[in-house]
Write a protein that binds this ligand. Structure first.
Ligand SMILES: NC(=O)c1ccc[n+]([C@@H]2O[C@H](COP(=O)([O-])OP(=O)(O)OC[C@H]3O[C@@H](n4cnc5c(N)ncnc54)[C@H](OP(=O)(O)O)[C@@H]3O)[C@@H](O)[C@H]2O)c1
Length: 171
């Protein structure tokens, strides 16, 4: 049995992707942090520590994906967290790729860099969005990361979509 696994986090340089890269790195997995800028991924990997390393990859560019795949080789776990991705045909993909497992996390409002467009209204907007939720706050990147790590570790879960949204679908 392997004692550690390789985990590629595409778009792992910030937000939920970066938070997801941290726990596997801390327990000794071979974490590869992907992002579009080689300098940025190297810097983030070094901050994450452990065996983390960076790889330049643009998830919207097929040539970049191909080059990164050749540079990385085999991996055990793939996490996609890009702010530019759209939904894939999830059920079809799960059946097609079996026994490789495919799971998704559907986040609610999570306080990450993606919300920087809110400018000086950011905190007020987040406070008000959080107050409207059953849990009384918006999400943190670590809330989503713990679910992704659970899905990485649970070999009997596939084809699921996990809602990590503070109960947003109920109100
Ligand atoms: N935060 C929320 O409230 C929320 C809610 C629902 C869904 N989501 C979705 O969850 C995913 C992760 O969100 P996040 O909040 O963690 O985002 P984030 O921190 O702003 O960005 C995640 C990553 O996206 C990459 N990225 C940014 N713009 C890109 C572009 N134009 N093309 C390719 N890559 C790009 C960045 O990597 P590099 O720049 O290093 O390549 C970054 O590491 C996104 O798909 C987001 O839309 C977020």
């Amino acid at each position: 049995m392997k004692t550690s696994q390789s985990v590629l986090v595409v778009s792992g340089t910030s937000g939920m992707g970066r938070a997801t890269a941290e726990p596997p790195a801390a327990r000794g997995d071979n974490v590869i942090v992907g992002g579009r800028d080689a300098g940025r991924v190297a810097g983030v990997a070094s901050q994450i520590g452990g065996k983390a390393r960076g790889v330049a990859i643009d998830p919207t560019d097929e040539a970049s994906i191909q080059a990164a795949a050749e540079a990385i080789g085999d991996i055990d776990q793939l996490v996609l967290s890009a702010a530019a991705l759209t939904y894939a045909p999830f059920k079809e993909l799960t059946v097609e790729l079996a026994p490789v497992r495919v799971n998704a996390v559907s986040p609610g409002v999570v306080d990450t860099e993606v919300l920087s467009h809110l400018g000086e209204d950011r905190q007020t907007t987040l406070d008000s969005a959080g107050a409207a939720l059953p849990v009384g706050r918006v999400g943190r990147p670590a809330d989503v990361a713990s679910t992704v790590v659970h899905l990485i570790d649970n070999g009997f879960t596939t084809g699921t979509i996990h809602h990590v949204d503070g109960g947003a679908r109920l109100v």
